[in-house]
Design a protein around this ligand. Structure first.
Ligand SMILES: C[S@@+](CC[C@H](N)C(=O)[O-])C[C@H]1O[C@@H](n2cnc3c(N)ncnc32)[C@H](O)[C@@H]1O
Ligand SMILES: O=C(O)C(=O)C[C@]1(C(=O)O)C=C[C@@H](O)C=C1
Length: 236
């Protein structure tokens, strides 16, 4: 279904409710530049490290697209766990898992309440940005502590520039991208307002500092398009 959520006048903050969930796959594909490429890289790099029966967590799994693709791209069997606190998203995830015949454990939980036992790989694409900064640092520490030795954390985030002028150019370029995807200026402005104080982006440097402060020995940018970046962190 086509995302028309912000065509009408909206006063409330952005939420992962029934309306957003019903168009979410289209919203993501049209709102995150190179989303499919980022997902392909996430899966390929994940598969470089995964062995039979490893446990994989997807934080903010939404409609489970990434875990389904991961399962489809490997002949190995993994213990796949998707976590999200939006019932509307998880209802879609459940239907998709059935339709694709993929076995994924879906947990309707807050990310802070999970133990991340036996985690070999943790994925979190465009989710940490919705967690308040202090809580975000705590969650990343918890992920680090529970990852197995040589465990991997792959995450993607909307990012900002630490340079004011470049930051404004990032936003202009991003809104041009949104226009090419068929979003009107009104829709763009409305969503921007709805996301204010809900989506809190860090700079590349802040993301890497958070990761190294949590204890990871290594963090690199795997992919970047202007204000969207994918990172890989390794626990050694
Ligand atoms: C932008 S979406 C993630 C997209 C998804 N990773 C993908 O690539 O298809 C963010 C998701 O995180 C979930 N989320 C946000 N905060 C959460 C929290 N504290 N606990 C659990 N899920 C959360 C939302 O419900 C939403 O489905
Ligand atoms: O549309 C925007 O402005 C976005 O930031 C895209 C974004 C994201 O990065 O998470 C914001 C909300 C939705 O979850 C889907 C995509």
């Amino acid at each position: 279904m086509t995302d028309k959520v912000f065509e009408k006048s909206i006063k409330k903050q952005f939420e992962f409710d029934e309306e957003v969930a019903s168009v979410f796959d289209d919203m993501l594909n049209r709102s995150v530049p190179f989303y499919k490429e980022m997902q392909r890289l996430t899966i390929n790099f994940a598969l470089n490290y995964l062995e039979e029966n490893d446990t994989v967590y997807d934080l903010g799994c939404s409609t489970a697209s990434t875990l389904i693709e991961l399962a489809k791209h490997s002949s190995k069997k993994f213990d796949l766990i998707g976590i999200d606190n939006s019932s509307a998203m998880l209802a879609r995830a459940e239907n998709k898992c059935k339709a694709f015949g993929v076995d994924i454990k879906l947990l309707n939980e807050d990310l802070h309440n999970i133990d991340y036992e036996n985690a070999k790989l943790v994925i979190s694409n465009y989710t940490l940005q919705f967690i308040r900064p202090l809580q975000r640092e705590k969650l990343v520490k918890k992920i680090y502590e529970n990852l197995e030795e040589n465990g991997i954390f792959i995450f993607s985030e909307k990012v900002i520039s630490s340079d004011k002028v470049l930051g404004k150019q990032y936003i202009d370029e991003y809104y041009e991208f949104k226009k090419t995807q068929g979003y009107s200026e009104f829709e763009i402005a409305q969503k921007r307002e709805a996301l204010e104080n809900v989506l809190i982006p860090y700079t590349d440097e802040e993301n890497k500092k958070m990761i190294l402060d949590a204890g990871f020995s290594h963090c690199e940018t795997l992919f970047k398009w202007v204000n969207f970046a994918t990172f890989i962190a390794i626990k050694k």
